[in-house]
Design a protein around this ligand. Sequence first.
Ligand SMILES: [Zn+2]
Length: 373
Amino acid sequence: MAKNFSGSSVLNDDYYIDTDSSEEKDKAENGTQTRFLKCGKGKSSKITFKYIGKGIGQIAPKEKPKRKQLLVMDWKKFHRLSVIYSFLDHLEKDFPAICTVSVIGKSVEGRDIKMLKISNSNASNAAVWLDAAIHSREWISTAVVTYLADFIARNFQDLSNSVTNKDWYIVPVLNPDGYEYTHTRDRMWRKNRARRDGACVGVDLNRNFSCGWGNNGEEGSSDNPNSVFYRGPEPFSEPESSAVRDTILSSATAFKVFLSFHSYFELIIFPWGYKTDPCPHYLDLLEGASIMARAIYESSGIVYKVGCTKDLTYYACGTSIDWSYAIAKIPYSYMVELRSKKYRFKLPKDQIEETCVEIWNAVKSLMDYVDQP
Ligand SMILES: [Zn+2]
């Protein structure tokens, strides 16, 4: 079970993030405007302004800025991109010996695609890839991956060798444009925000990878830009999928595990998605998936089904896991479809923590399994 889990990550000194539209709300309700001012050594305080005529004149703060701890990251609700990214930066600041944040690419709309690497820099380590929100409406995936990052970084000294002998490459929001769009405009948006002829159509990033791209016609993906499964004009046409390819292929460390998190079918699936044949390591992948599913069941009682993509779902052509397995040669490549079949994409927030814990147990078990001789 999880150790020392407090359910939150407190950013204790210098960050205050405006996560909603409280600024506009303040203005509408009170005739005042809230700003966040930097003062002192990176400290921010919330100061209220009042409109005086056309300009804005500063009046005395309503109350003294409090030097209290400000909670911005937890696993009790789903968070905006700014919170996720400042959380990564704070992990790097709090654990500089093992955490490094980098930008592995820019989205179509120019947002950073941030990655956290957790590593003790041991040259014999193998690498593990974790990504989430390649499909933007699948919010629980980002919550799970940030939980794993937080847990591994904070408990690193106490964790088993099979966890600490890995370099963890963690991308909590692979599709940041879509992710923000699901928070501001359309909760059910799946694709990136690619434009065509001036209008946003969006590409299904998990049909934009090169292995099996475009196979099986409209069954495995779509060439219709209006489809939710639109594969894009060519493999890796999109900066988000290209960032995954470039990061993995340029890594000096060999990857052993690739886990891409989705929702909501409660499945652990592996190649192939683009054809019906079993992949060459079918039995090993099935065993690893079964070990994860058992750990989940023992953690929460939820049964995740296991099998290859085509058997458990449908043709899915141009997926990241077919590419990571076949082209990047990552032997344990899985797509994990998180909860929940009942609530679909709108998992109640009171299930976030339990989902995170069950997946931590699964990932930990997989690390033991892949280290067996
Ligand atoms: Zn998905």
